[in-house]
Design a protein around this ligand. Structure first.
Ligand code: 13P
Length: 251
């Protein structure tokens, strides 16, 4: 398999402010971090300003959204469309984060429709999937993940993973300080690739699969050594320049 370019993505969730935007825009210059892709997903209110600042600071950062509407436009109060994201040079969007699935009732089919809308508007979707602690105990991990991926395949076809990114985020590892071990993560990443390969081996070999869940500057290197781990989706540790820089440099 050809080596896939590592990708480190930051999910700030409902954190950060204008000062953090300014700090990140100037810190991640292309000479400090090269050979990897970096995406930072701030709250949507900051996307426009962040895009302008990274563009004027020779930054290695690409800007991403944490969510988008599955609809193109219309009477959907509070929503943000893919076309609007495009207008502020936001070319990536997280879809189906576990917090959106559990707190906002997003189903695999609804997430799949967001994935489709993103792609239709030239936005690269980052599809999140992962099991809860109970589901892991019940040995439902692979079933849950297959369901999330199959919903996308049914809606958009296997080819849609040529232009997408997958993030495996076990719910029990998110914000808990209890990362999956490199072996646990590798197991699931290998499952995801095999599952995709049943439909198309080339697509399976080419898709980047990120690990997320308590990634920090100390555990990143071991995770990145795993064959099927192509990067990380980082929450808490992505809010501090030095920590996020260390994770990026480990990739
Ligand atoms: P933490 O890195 O804070 O565990 O969050 C992971 C996450 O949910 C990224 O999307």
């Amino acid at each position: 398999m050809t080596q896939l370019k590592p990708l480190i993505a930051a999910n700030w969730k409902m954190n950060g402010d204008k000062a953090l935007i300014a700090e990140f825009s100037t810190a991640f210059t292309t000479d400090k971090v090269n050979g990897i892709d970096i995406i930072v997903c701030p709250p949507s209110i900051y996307l426009d300003e962040f895009s302008s600042q990274v563009a004027s600071n020779n930054s290695a950062i690409a800007v991403g959204a944490q969510n988008l509407s599955d609809k193109e436009s219309g009477a959907f109060t509070g929503e943000i469309s893919a076309a609007m994201l495009q207008q502020v040079n936001c070319n990536f969007a997280i879809v189906g984060h576990s917090e959106r699935r559990s707190l906002f009732g997003e189903t695999p089919q609804f997430v799949a429709s967001k994935y489709a809308t993103a792609l239709a508007n030239n936005i690269t979707p980052i599809l999140c999937t992962g099991e809860s602690e109970q589901q892991r105990e019940d040995e439902q991990t692979f079933t849950v993940i297959a369901q999330d991926i199959d919903a996308v395949i049914e809606r958009s076809g296997i080819e849609s993973f040529k232009d997408g990114i997958i993030a495996y985020e076990p719910v029990w590892a998110i914000g808990t300080g209890k990362s999956a071990t490199p072996e646990q993560a590798q197991d699931v990443h290998a499952f995801i690739r095999k599952h995709l390969a049943k439909h198309d081996e080339e697509v399976a070999a080419g898709v980047r699969i990120l690990y997320g869940g308590s990634v920090n500057e100390n555990n990143a290197a071991e995770l990145f050594k795993q064959k099927d781990i192509n990067g990380a989706l980082v929450g808490g540790a992505s809010l501090v320049v030095d920590k996020f820089m260390a994770i990026c440099q480990n990739a």
